[in-house]
Design a protein around this ligand. Sequence first.
Ligand SMILES: Nc1ncnc2c1ncn2[C@@H]1O[C@H](COP(=O)(O)OP(=O)(O)OP(=O)(O)O)[C@@H](O)[C@H]1O
Length: 88
Amino acid sequence: MARNLSFSVPGQDFQIQRGDRLSSGSSDYMVLDFLGEGSFGKVTRCVELDTYKMVAIKIMKKRQQAMRDAQLEVRKQIRVLKGKKCYG
Ligand SMILES: Nc1ncnc2c1ncn2[C@@H]1O[C@H](COP(=O)(O)OP(=O)(O)OP(=O)(O)O)[C@@H](O)[C@H]1O
């Protein structure tokens, strides 16, 4: 992947589909595929329409949803750590 850009699409939280077009203002992209998902967004594989370069673009979740998911992830990690023995 050449670049990793972030996009926040107001009102379209995770409604992105293959074939959708995204615009950063200076470049336009088409969504080809989904590469993965983290706490703060979904990562898509896109093609830059001017250059045909492949890029990874992260579609950011809405802030509130991202905060909720991040809190859940932290709680999950704490539970995992509490279950582990400490050698040191
Ligand atoms: N440039 C990239 N090329 C290919 N796959 C990618 C790329 N960036 C992210 N991914 C995929 O998308 C997933 C989510 O990435 P993201 O950066 O959103 O979260 P993370 O860092 O894995 O997790 P978190 O944000 O929850 O700590 C990754 O685990 C990976 O599988």
